[in-house]
Design a protein. Structure first.
Length: 234
């Protein structure tokens, strides 16, 4: 089985790159001759937009996904976790929390990965997805304008990396928990080893370390072919 996966596009947020995501799905994915295409969570950022608006504003992305010849799997992340509870009728795809598959006799498990992050509970994620969008946007702007700036100053003064510490803890939990080879996202950090693969993200957040995510936008995807795994840059 031949499978590709991306995660953390955060469509609907100010840092999303919908044009690049659309180009990738429209022009690159069909060339890969896939059996399965997986979006491993945080496809939409429903903390900052409502699903109906996101679907209407980015209909061409959904149309492009619908036109793929391969099976499509969409997984819920912490920023669109509400879809794990109930998918509205107007959303054209099924959404699940995890997905298992076999490629080349090797067992894989795909999920977003926020389940390994102790600060990201399902209750919190559901509440944030249902919060009034104006309030959510104001909270988000305060975080970006003041919270991240304050954290940057603290990081510089302490000369240490809280992101790196948190990443290490989350990745350790991921490695301990998986019986299958794990395909995930959430950390916005591309990484591949004997236990898991993570393609990173497709956003353009500027101050990434203070936001507790990877050092640079990766715009990469995971490619699995007959059990072999690699990260490919788009």
């Amino acid at each position: 089985m031949r499978v590709a996966s991306i995660s953390d596009t955060h469509i609907g947020s100010p840092e999303a790159q919908p044009d690049k995501v659309y180009d990738f799905i429209t022009h690159e994915v069909p060339k890969l001759s896939l059996d399965k295409f997986i979006i491993a969570g945080d496809f939409f950022d429903l903390w900052l937009t409502d699903l109906k608006s996101a679907v209407e504003d980015h209909a061409r992305i959904l149309d492009s996904i619908s036109s793929l010849d391969s099976d499509v799997v969409i997984l819920a992340g912490n920023h669109d976790w509400i879809l794990a509870n109930k998918v509205p009728e107007f959303f054209p795809f099924e959404v699940s929390a995890t997905h298992t598959f076999n490629s080349g006799g090797r067992e894989f498990k795909a999920m977003h990965g926020h389940q390994f992050d102790l600060t990201s509970t399902d209750i919190r994620n559901t509440i944030l997805s249902r919060t009034n969008r104006g309030a959510s946007s104001k909270l988000y702007n305060l975080q970006m304008d003041y919270g991240i700036g304050l954290m940057s100053s603290i990081v510089q003064k302490l000369q240490r990396s809280p992101f790196r510490d948190k990443l290490t803890r989350v990745e350790k939990r991921a490695r301990r928990s998986a019986n299958e080879y794990l395909v995930w996202g959430h950390t916005h950090t591309a990484n591949i080893n004997e236990d898991f693969v993570n393609a990173g993200d497709w956003t353009n957040i500027e101050n990434r370390e203070a936001a507790f995510i990877g050092s640079e936008p990766t715009d990469k995807y995971v490619l699995i072919d007959d059990g072999d795994v690699e990260i490919v840059e788009y």
